[in-house]
Each structure stands twice: as C-alpha cells, then as structure tokens.
Write a protein of this length. Sequence first.
Lengths: 326, 326, 343, 343
Amino acid sequence: MAREMMFAEAIAVAITEEMQRDPSVVFYGQNMAMTDRDPFVRKFGKDRVRITPISETAEMGIAIGAAMNGLRPVVELYMAEFMLVAFDEVINEAPRLRYMSGGQVKVPCVFKAGFGFAAGWAGQHSNCTYHAMMGIPGLKVAVPSTSADAMGLMRAAIRDDNPVVYLHHYMLTIDKGPVPEGDHIVPFGVADIKREGTDVTIVATAWMVKKSLAAAEQLAKEGISAEVVDPRTLAPLDVDTIVESVKKTGRLVLVDQAPRHASAAAVIAGEVAEHGFEYLKAPMKMVTGLNTSVPYSEPMESYVLPSEEKIVSAVKSVLARHAAAV
Amino acid sequence: MAREMMFAEAIAVAITEEMQRDPSVVFYGQNMAMTDRDPFVRKFGKDRVRITPISETAEMGIAIGAAMNGLRPVVELYMAEFMLVAFDEVINEAPRLRYMSGGQVKVPCVFKAGFGFAAGWAGQHSNCTYHAMMGIPGLKVAVPSTSADAMGLMRAAIRDDNPVVYLHHYMLTIDKGPVPEGDHIVPFGVADIKREGTDVTIVATAWMVKKSLAAAEQLAKEGISAEVVDPRTLAPLDVDTIVESVKKTGRLVLVDQAPRHASAAAVIAGEVAEHGFEYLKAPMKMVTGLNTSVPYSEPMESYVLPSEEKIVSAVKSVLARHAAAV
Amino acid sequence: MGASSELSNDKLKWMYTQMSRIREFEERVKRTFVEHPGVIRGHAHLGDGAEASIVGSLATRHENDLVMPSYRCHGYPLVLGTSAKAVMAEIYQRKTGVCKGFGGSMHLADPAHHLPTASGIIGQGIAHAAGAAYAAQVKKTGQVVYSFFGDGSSKQGAFYETLNMAAVWKLPVVFVLENNEYQAYTHIKLEDANAIAGDPLSQKAEAFSIPGVTVDGTDPLKVYDAVNEAAERARSGKGPSLVESKFYRFSPHGNAITVPPVPTQFQEHEAIEVYGNKAEFAAAQANDPIKKFRAHLIGTGVLTEADAKKIDDSVRAEMDEVVKFALESPLPAPEDALNYVYA
Amino acid sequence: MGASSELSNDKLKWMYTQMSRIREFEERVKRTFVEHPGVIRGHAHLGDGAEASIVGSLATRHENDLVMPSYRCHGYPLVLGTSAKAVMAEIYQRKTGVCKGFGGSMHLADPAHHLPTASGIIGQGIAHAAGAAYAAQVKKTGQVVYSFFGDGSSKQGAFYETLNMAAVWKLPVVFVLENNEYQAYTHIKLEDANAIAGDPLSQKAEAFSIPGVTVDGTDPLKVYDAVNEAAERARSGKGPSLVESKFYRFSPHGNAITVPPVPTQFQEHEAIEVYGNKAEFAAAQANDPIKKFRAHLIGTGVLTEADAKKIDDSVRAEMDEVVKFALESPLPAPEDALNYVYA
Ligand SMILES: Cc1ncc(C[n+]2csc(CCOP(=O)(O)OP(=O)(O)O)c2C)c(N)n1
Ligand SMILES: Cc1ncc(C[n+]2csc(CCOP(=O)(O)OP(=O)(O)O)c2C)c(N)n1
Ligand SMILES: [Mg+2]
Ligand SMILES: [Mg+2]
C-alpha cells in the first residue's frame, strides 16, 4: 500500500526513520534545530541533531571525521552550491580517504542539499553541480525525481558505507506522490523507466524528469511514444538500462538543467555513443541549459532553461532526422 | 624563427613578457617571491610579485576583487586540486560576477596550476579537475600540451578579459619544444591538429597528447594513420575541428587521464555523438583513467592511467569494429 | 571626542536623509510582496535596522573609495548615489534595473557609483573587497575599500584567510562586521564561540594582530568615529581594521522561502517566529536608530521637527516615484540572457 | 610544577626511545633517496626536529585516544605502535605497507593503532579530527582526539571554521599547532600576521575564546605539560584548546620536486637554500631536542650514558631491519588498484 507524500516530507521521514533505526545516524546543518521545539531535536536530542555556523568546510570535514569514528552523519547543506566553498571535502577527502588507507577506514556520510533553484535565485544559487561530482571514484550521487525515490534513495544513502551526495531539486519540494509503505529502499545504480515508450528515449534527472514526462504526454497526443528514463543516481550510473532503452527506441534525447558541458547529459551521451552506437537510428540530441549563468529576471531565466517545448521539439527533430535518413 | 624552450620556461617567459608589456599584470602565490633575489621580484618589485599564505580562498578572491579594480592578476596555485578548497571562487564567483552585474564589471584573472602529478603523488594530488570547470559559462580553461602552446595560451590568458584557469601538466614540465619568436599568441577555442592522419581521430589533451602521438607513431609502423587533435582549450571547446577530423577519418578514440565520468573525453564524446554521428563508421571509444583514485605505488598507478598501449589497442578495436561492420 | 563632532549640519542632515531613504525603500520592497505579488522573485533581504551603521560608515568615505557589501545590499547603493529607481527596478526584474535584471536583490552592482559587486555566497565578498584594496595599493589610487558582512559570515573561512592576508599585505581596507545577532534563523549565541563566551566579536582581530573595536551600530555618529579611524588608518598605509557594528535587523532574514507558485511574503522576525522572544524584538524596536537620530538632531538643533518631517515626506514621495518607475519599466527580452557571459 | 614531574622513569625512557626512533626512521627515509633512488616516489616530508613535540604530546594519550596528523605523518604511527616496518614499506610502495601501497608517505593510516587517516590537503585534517571528537562525544567513548598541523596550515579557512565549531560544540579535541617557522619554503614572517607583529600564534585562540598557549616544542616535558592540560580539559567536557608548539624542522620541506625520470633528493634546509641564513639553522641544530633530552635524562639520573647508548643502538638495529624488510617486500599487483574504491 502506498501513502501520498510531499517530496520534502518523504526525505524527512526517511531521515527520521533511519535515525530511529540506527543510533549512529546524526543530522546537522545551518539553520535547523534552533530550539527544543524542533521535531528532530524533540525525537533525538541535541547530541544527534545540531545547528552549525556558516562553516561548510568544518561541517563536512567534521562529518568525515565522525564517520571514521563510528557515526553516520547526514549534513544539511540547503543549497548544493554552498558545498563549493568546501569542495575539497566533497571530492578530494570523503571519497579518497578509504582508498588511500588501503581499505582500512570507511566514510559513511550523506551531504544533503537542494539544487536548481530556478525561481529567481539568480547566478549563484540556481546551478546544478552534479557534473563535478558524478565522476569521482568513491563518491555516490543521488538525484531523485519523485517522492518514492526521494525516500528510498535517502534510506539507501544513509545505509551506504560510502560518502553520498544527495541532491533534491528545489522545484520538486512540494510535489506530491505515492510512497510505498514499510522499509522502502531504492538501490543505487538502478535507473527507473518513468514512462514506457517505443519511438524515442528521453533521459532526464530530477525536475527535468517532470518536464520530460509532460513533454511525453504532449507527444503522445501527436502519436509519438516517448520512453522516459531517470537514472536516479548519477554515480553509480546505470548505463545498461539507458542503452537497453535506446536499443528499443533507436533514438535519444537527453535533458539536463545544467549548461551543456557541465551536464550529466553530456557524460551519458558519451556512454551511449560508445556502448549504444549501433542502436541509434539518428544522432542523439541534448536539451540543456544554455551557456549562460542563470539570470534573475523571469523571461530571461525561462529562456535559458530547458522547457517542455524544447524537449518536444528536440524529440521531433531526432525523429525527423531519422525519417530523412531512411 | 623558433627557439627551443622547456614547457615551464615557456610559461615563465610569457608571464614575464606580459608583465613587461602591461603594468596592471601582477603575479602572486604561495612559496614564490620569497626573497629579493627572486627573478620576478627583481624585475617587477614587491607590489606586483608577492608571496601568499596557504589561503586559496583569499588568494583567488583577492584576484577577483583586484581584477574588478584594474589589475590583471595571475595567481600561482601550484596544484589544481588546491583550488578545490576554494572552488566557489573559481566556478561561482569569478565567472558569474560580470553576468550578474549586467555586464558592468569584468574579471580578468588567471588561475594557474599544475595538474596530473602522476608520479607517486597519490590520491589527492594526481587528479585532473578540468571537467568541473569546462562547462561553466564565463570561465575559460586552457590545457596546453607543448611549449609553444604553453606560451601562446598564457599570453592569451593574461590578455583575456575573462577569468581563465590555466592548467599545465606536471609531467610535461621539462619537455622541450620549439617556440616561435615574437608575440606568439594561441587564441582560445582553436584546436590544433598535432598530427595528421586518415584512419582514425584521436582527441587528447596535455600529457595525453604526448602519449597519443607516441601511440600514433607506433600505429604508423603498422600502417595505421592516426590524426591527433588537441583542443588546447576545453572552454571554449572547438567542436568543429574535432567533428571535421571525424568526418575525414570516420573513427574516434578519446584519451583522457581522468576517470571516465570526470573526463573531458566524455563531454567531447557527447558533442561528437550529436554533431558528428553520421560520419562515424564505428562506435567511438574512450581511453580514460580507471574508476579509482590514483594509488601511490607505481605498478598500481600505471595500471589505472591511460598508456600508449591502451591507446594503440583502442584504436585497433575501433578499426576492427569498422571492419566487422562493413 | 570623535571626528563626528566636526560634521557639518548639512552632512548630518544628509545622513538622516539617507537613513530615512533606506528605511522607506526597504518598507516598499517589503510591501511589494503584499501589493504586487510575484513582482519580486527569489530571495530578498532587507536592511532596516542597519541604517545608522550603513550611513555612519559610508559618511566617512572619500571620493572614489569603494564599497563591497554582502547579499543584503539594498542600502549601500542608495547612499552612494545610485538611482533608487534603478535599484528597485533591478529588484523588480526590470530591464531598467541597475544590473538590467541579471542580478536581482542579492547581486546589486554599480561600479560607476563605487559598488563593484555583491556576492551571494557567504564570506566570499570579503576577499573581493581585499582584492580591490590590493589594486588600490598597487595602482596607488588612494582608495580605501569598505567591506561589509554579517556576524554569521564571520564564521566562514574566507573571512579569516582574507583578514590575515590583508594584515600581512597592509591593505587599505576596513572590515565592518555587521552584528545583527542573527545569521538567518540562527541566533548568534548558537554559533559564535566569542558570543557564547560573552566576548565581543571584534576579538577575532587578535587572530591577525590588527585593531578590533566594537561600536553601537544604532548610533551613526559612533559608527562614524570608529569607521573613520579605521579608514584613516587604512588610508595612511597602516593596514586593515575590524569594526564590529552592533545593531538589530527589524525584518526577518528574507521573504519566506516557498516554491512557486506558492506566494511568498515576509513573516515575523525570527526572535518571535522561531524563538518566541517578543521582549528582545520589542527592545530592539524601542532602540530604533532612525527615531533616535531624528530625536538627537532635533535635540541638538540641527533639525526642527518641521525640517525632519519635510525630509520624511520627500523621502516618501521619492519612493512613490521609485515604485511607480520600477513597476512601469519593461522586463528584459528573453534573448537578452545571452549577453554578458564573456567580456 | 607540571604533570610531567610525575612521569615514571620507564615512561621517560620510553619517550626518549620514541624520539630516537623517529629521528632514525626519518634519517633512513632521507638516505633512501641516495642509497635506493626511485624506491620512494612523489613527495616525502620528514619529522626530524619535531620529535619532542610529537612524543611529548602523544605521551599524554589515554588508551583509545585518536591522533590525526597532517601529511608530515611518519612520526606519529611509530609512537602509536604501528610497526615501523609497515610504515617504511608503505613509503617504499610495498604491498606490506600499512596502507598496502595505496597511500604513501603523505597518507599514512592505521586505525587499529588509533590513527584513522592523514590528509594531504592543508587544513582539512583539522576538521576530520574535530569530527572524530564529535563521534567520541556522541558515543561517549571518552576519547580525546589529537589534531596536529603546521603553522602554515593555520592560515587555511578550515582551521578557523573548525576551531569555532569545536569551541561551540565543546568537542574533546586538542589542537596542536606545530610551529616550525616554515610552510614549505616560506618563512612564517612572510605569511602570518601574528608572527609579523611579534605575537604568538596561540593568540589565534582569542578568535574562539578558548585557551591558547605557546610552548617550547623542543622540550618533551614542557610539551607534555601543556598538551596534558589541554587533553584533561577536553576529557572533562570543557572543550578544545590550542597549543602552539615551537620547534624547528631539520630537513627541508621535502625531497626536491623533480619530474621523472630526473632523480630527486633532499637538498639543504630552506633557511640556507632559500634565505642564506646559516646562523638560524645552526642555532636550531644546537638546540636539538633529542640531544637535549638525552642530556637531561642522564643529568637527572634517569639514564646512564650506557643506557642511552643501548637505546640508540637498538633503535639503529631496528631501523636496519625496517629498511631491509621494506626493500625486500613485494610491490602490489597492478590490479590491486581496483580494490577499496567503495566500501
Ligand atoms: C557559503 C554559504 N553558506 C550558506 C549560505 C546561506 N545564507 C545566506 S544568508 C545567510 C545568513 C548570513 O548571516 P549574516 O552573515 O549574519 O548576515 P545577515 O543576513 O545577518 O546580514 C546564510 C546562511 C550562503 N549564501 N553561502
Ligand atoms: C590547500 C593546500 N594548499 C597548498 C598545499 C601545498 N602544501 C603542502 S605542504 C605545505 C606547507 C605546510 O606548512 P605547515 O602547515 O607549516 O606544515 P609543515 O610542513 O611545516 O609541517 C603546502 C603549502 C596543500 N597541500 N594544500
Ligand atoms: Mg547577521
Ligand atoms: Mg610549518
């Protein structure tokens, strides 16, 4: 049986239940747990739930050290870009310490952050930074697009013995969706087909899944059957499921909120180019953010970001190319 | 007429000559300019040439502020990974301030750093971080592979009105090569064909260019003609030249020291998949670092990094795939 | 007696006027969320409560001195001479905005009026300010750079690294730590080791062996004296100082963070909303810097009640025009977004 | 009189032995570059000169207390009980190394002997140490964590952010700032604002309202007293302290950075090589902590000259074995590299 839950709520429930299950899970960050009335503080006390100063390097560094000494910290970072002031901790400490120690330590921690604030937050708060993390050996990256995945991936993240960056899209925060009852877990590295289709594969993550599903709906009305694949985790990346889908449809559109060369789309495109080349009946096409920072003003912001319309027209163009080639 | 010059020397000469040409160019960093005997200090004095504490955030942040008030700072960062402790300055400040100001300010500065210390520097000092910077609108990234390019790109970087990350490969430091006399400049965004060939295109940067040229030499002995293309700058990226080469050869091998999903190779692969699909006679192939951190011990380090042999065998495999397909 | 005792009546009136303009401007920004929902996007942060600190600081400026505020940056350009219309238009997403709609509330920039940029990432602007000061030093422009940042921001590594480098390089920069007791929803006693120990935050200056002072940031004349001394020190080549200016912000951190299309507004101040501490908030309001300065100027005969009212009225009239201008200005064209990526 | 006055003769002998072992170990690492070129790759950093500071600090440890050093980390595991063979084998790239050849000189780790990891990136390990202390606090293990880092590292934002958080959270951690006057080739007077002003670096503690003391790091008993007080404070729940331990490093920063296949070696100390300051170097050598402590123990009757010689001889014999073991150990198999990426 499934319950309806908001995306953000699904995450909170997963953290709460994991904290109940495992006393070594701790949760801290800026601007949380301010008072004793905080629900997490009430449940778990001020040792396990803490407020921090604006000190991302210390916050994440402390998580790493705590993880090596027996805790499983979840660090609330609010916005993924704030990790950048401390990016060494994310990509050059957490994922490397185990390897450099010859397997002697493990670093189970979760860096949780919102991203993609495409609502007038302008140039420094609206970016997608996953491209900089998805290729780092030792690091896992989750990017859920539904309430169920949000919950299941957070559970998996907390139980994982490796550092995990867990990115939840701001624009999905209050979206509702069904969440399975019980100990619902989504394994890392398993893509999900959010909609089945036969004519074209659309690969998208997070908010772009929502936009791609809307585009697919529109395309369906015109008789075009689009399959929407959501990798759900960018590291590990489930290339097989994507290639299988391409094998079926023969065409590929990749949708990503980030600018093209900072996108996961480009990396996925590269994988398909190597491993799915023979299945492609037409060149693939990427629909990404334009090559600009994100501007503040709404008309400009909309212009630079991928939209339903851009996805629809990209799909049509890969189908047209096909037609021409036949 | 050309002079022979070491890679590192070519960079130093470019900086020196730019400082002579333009009094607004300043040069600073850790562990340089310690005494009055330092050649840069002797030439340009202690205002323009300075030593800094181990404070990358301040070092780069100060460069940005100085750039907005009339200087053209070149910051010596030694190892690209040290930028990570201050990565916000690199990808979320320097390249965004102009855009967010609506074009009112410019931020001409150069973040100079070595990278790819594949000589026993182990997990935290041997990485390639360009993938995290090449897709950032407003930021340029130079990755020279020869003395001539090293000099010409440094000149271009200093004269550029935008922030530039200039990455010089450690393993090339003492390689010698001809450098044109005079005001030799290499424009950004223009790939260079380091070796012409007809059977296969190899795209590689920095040290990987050297390895690819050696591989091409070996392949030539077996009658295989490989074209080696060096983008020279990853941002802007000269996709056209790469696609043109693929149009000619019909086959593509991409070589990158970084692990696959953190590589420039994957991004370039994505571009060719979209823009050069119809020219490909076989699936492209990436030769990248394996999906591990870089281990300390030599046998393991060699194992995870791309080598001449791996390039040769990748080329043969894309040629074989072709043969099979025909 | 500090240097402020020598301020002319005109200057004092100017100071009062600027304080009043900041207050009224911020009130209008806040009301916009009620009166014109959707006109302001993202996150806007107001400077009401900071007026004495901002104006007392900037009153010490010499021509060409630069100012680098944090993301809470509406007040500074108003004082520096940027058109209030252009500031409001920016916040309203307009093409006529001071950044043509590219920056918004958190990223005001007007280099022509000595405000190069404001960064939205905590602490980083402190380094940019020191950098501008480095350029001033090398180019011998005589400029002093004023760096403004919050108490919370003083916990970011950038603050610490920059102050050390500025001290070592003897940069002409004044660091004004605006201690308004809160970083967003967090009271300072929850995050600052000095504050918890009952020590002033200016004590952080000890880590750099530079002067550190704490000043009543609700009194523009005390701020003037402290910042002036720091600025003179910087100007004379002796290097940076840290001035902790203590005041209270009257509005909450920013408009509530909601996901579109859920409407957003300003709620109650965190003191009440989060901590249920009405007394703290009431005490701060009783200590309103503008009311205090108004009374002071009237008490010392610089202004009559009528003068003061005239200023207040003209400020209100100005801001009516400002809102009107901003509302009526056109939005940027979508394709404008392709500009300014590269110089 | 400090707590060190209560140290047993056995403990004092142990301390001398450990100091002697560190010195001899580092000498052998250094000689390897001459005797066995190519056996050590990358960058190796020696702890000679730091012996009194390392041993005086670690002598205060209780069972299970943790130690997090910087990348200059050879000395600590030797004292903690890690086999010197495994440490040398690691530096020699061997499969028998304490990290199986994955880490090398800069990244020694031996959690079984209370050294979880060492980071090669300046300052970051300070945060990791505080994190381990946070875990100790939550899990009530009673552990104190010892964080070691250099004077240069105290200019990295991580240092500052971590000390504030450790103070606010009252973490059981001792911060030992190893002031050896240099960060790589840079003399401290070129980069630290406290040092330039003639103030001690322990003054940085003022920024966090925690105790800060400066101690003669060439005297293991003085180090013991200062660190012991800090450790007791941490253990009793009162939070962190900053101990500045002043000594001199006798070897240059590390082996010269050359590009393969150009051979690398240790050059002269920077004092001479870079600054031409032979007097500084000579004075430091005249103040050799090991010679001083040896003389002290003989002077106070803890050791006879013969005892001391016996210790020195046995240490030399141990290190002969260590080098032999490391040289004869096998290298890892290439494919071993695929291990340990994920837990
Ligand atoms: C590196 C970073 N971390 C977190 C934030 C989110 N943030 C924005 S404003 C703010 C509070 C700043 O408080 P303070 O410095 O006291 O300034 P005030 O708002 O009181 O003026 C925070 C945490 C950010 N912008 N950057
Ligand atoms: C963030 C970062 N910047 C620069 C370096 C390069 N680096 C390695 S060791 C070192 C000097 C450290 O000096 P100090 O902290 O005094 O320690 P010591 O070597 O004297 O023990 C530097 C600058 C680094 N590892 N990390
Ligand atoms: Mg504040
Ligand atoms: Mg040192």
